[in-house]
Design a protein. Structure first.
Length: 214
């Protein structure tokens, strides 16, 4: 989580946990005759929700607990609309390096949405972990999904969010339920952002300010 994110409102979408955001993305971008590329040993909701929308699945085997980026690129075809990257990966704990993510982004058309599910972002200490928000300046087809469930301990209140180019957010907002987050969850999330002492105890990362990228 970021201690202060100074971006425009149109770059953010909120959801009833990141599980719902995954469902919204699938509802907005997938359907019959369209496919999603994902890794075999990763968060199962990507596949589950894609199948519910009638989409095909191009599943790429993990290698030593890691996404095989090159084979994921090879799995992309003209009908691919979403690539799922769980980073760090659930359940293996491995992560996609920054140069790997950049290579993937450079290798696919910008009509393919690349989703970086960063639910465990706050616990990463690796220096070569990608700064997905910074990369959005050059790759408008990139979205980062994050949550208050982990480092801030608000799992039961169910509040997650996505950060992306405003064009992507508009598409997701059209597929989002109107009243999908409760007032209690919103108030708890706002209070959690102010409680940086708790954040520092729960996360090894130093809080940092990310300026607007658009």
């Amino acid at each position: 989580m970021l201690d202060s994110y100074t971006s425009q409102r149109e770059n953010l979408v909120f959801s009833n946990g990141t599980d719902e955001l995954i469902r919204i993305i699938c509802r907005a971008f997938l359907g019959t005759g369209i496919n999603a590329v994902l890794s075999s040993l990763s968060f199962p909701q990507y596949k589950r929700n894609a199948v519910m929308e009638g989409a095909d699945i191009h599943e790429v085997p993990h290698v030593n607990g890691r996404h095989h980026i090159e084979k994921m690129i090879d799995a992309v075809d003209d009908n691919t609309r979403v690539i799922w990257i769980c980073n760090p990966n659930n359940p293996t704990g491995e992560y996609v390096r920054e140069q790997e993510l950049i290579h993937l982004l450079n290798s696919v058309n910008q009509n393919v949405l690349v989703v970086c599910d960063e639910a465990y972002y706050e616990y990463v200490e690796a220096r070569d972990f990608p700064n997905s928000i910074h990369l959005m300046k050059d790759y408008p087809n990139l979205i980062s999904t994050r949550t208050f469930s982990k480092a801030y301990g608000l799992a039961a209140l169910r509040i997650g969010y996505g950060i992306a180019h405003s064009d992507i957010i508009k598409i997701l907002e059209a597929a989002r339920e109107t009243f999908n987050t409760s007032r209690l969850a919103q108030a708890a999330a706002a209070a959690a952002l102010e409680d940086q002492n708790f954040y520092k105890r729960m996360s090894p990362k130093k809080p940092k300010r990310i300026r607007a990228f658009l």
